[in-house]
Structure formats: structure tokens, C-alpha cells
Unconditional design. Sequence first.
Length: 246
Amino acid sequence: MNNLVIQGGNGLDVTTSLIVSQVFNKEHAKVVRDIESLSCSPDFNAANFGVIEYTDTRGRTQKAYEMTKDGFSFLVMGYTGAKAGQFKEMFIAEFNKREAMLKSDDYIIARSQEILHNRLQLAEQQLQIAQGTIDKQQETIKVLTPKAVYTDEVLQSTSTYTFTQCAKELNFRSATAFLSELKRRGIIFKQSGQYQLTSKFAGNGYTTSRTTRYYHADGRPDTSTSTVVTEKGRMWLHKLFCRTNA
């Protein structure tokens, strides 16, 4: 029979209660019961038996055991009969053959290549997963970059615009028409010759003051202060009027 001995989860050569059940033609539940009722020491049990799980024909998760050569020998010690003796010999011969293989240079090289191949496959899978994560991050960056650029270069910009410039961008006939519309909407009012935002819109960083130096006809220097629109205010006005015109 094939696969009497397999490689266990810890890398050791083992057989399982399922294999023993099949070969010795015993119900698996009885083999499990035999293992759990063995009169061996806790240390021997821990070193030679390990609980594993398998899915039965009804799709249920069930308990099984894997066991070393010593664990197998201890378990089947009480199995009697001509066939039982034959099966014991088969298992022990398989264990011995695998032990001998472990000492073979050819097997060691082949096993090393297999382990290396498996590790490379795992590394490739991990790389693919990582690449997928990077691709998703790059897509997110592509989406967020324009917003970040706008925040850095526009909203944080010190550039300002006059109402005349904003009127042209928003397709008003003139700055006067634009200012009239702003007043009609209760957005601005005029005080001491300077336009100001009403209290409803003030304090949002939409406007600022610009001081301009000039000279009188007689050469005297002077300054004048006017209200100008910030980049944030410009964006707000575009949204306001585009939404209205939509």
C-alpha cells in the first residue's frame, strides 16, 4: 500500500489514525478511542501523538491523530492476528525506509530543492499580494493627489483676485454687474468705500485686504485698502455660481 507514512505538520515522518483505520480495517472512532485510552506517560503521549482535523464525507470537521513510529508501535502492540502482524511489518518497513532516505545525500538534495521551491512559491505569492496592495495604494494616491495639489498650491496660496478678475471668470458683463449680484444675494456690503463680506460669510477666509501704495498729483505718498478674493474664496464663488447656473 502507498502513503502509509507521510510528513507531519512538524516535518517529522508520521502516520495517522485515519491511515491505521483504513489499513487495519477498523472504525476510525475505535482507533481514536484506542489512542486516547493508551496507558503511556504524558511525556510519551505528547512526543508521539498529535491532534489533527479532517473533513468527513458529510463536510463536518472531525478529530484525528498523527503519530510517530514509536507512537504507532505502542498503539498497534495490542492488535493481533496474521494480517495485523503483516500490516505492522509494512508500517515499520515504511518508517525505516524513510529514515534511511533521510541519510541519503540524493534525498537530502532533492528535499532541499523541494523546500526551496515551496519557499519561492510562497515568496512569489506574498509578492503578488504586496504588489496588489501597492497597486491599490497607487490608485488611491492618483485619486487623492489632485486634491492634495489643490490644497497645497491653491487653497494655501497667497494669490488674491480682484472682483473684476472674478467677474470675468464667472462670465459677468462687468465688475459692477458682479458686485450688484453679490449685494443682491446678501453676500457683500459697502462700508467706507470698501466692499466687505456680510457676517454670514465673513470669517471663512474667502477674502482679505490688499493695501496699495500710490502718489498724489503733488507727489505725496499714500495708500488705499481694497477687498480682494482669496483662492479659497475664488473656489467658493465658482461653486456658488456654477451650482446656481446648473
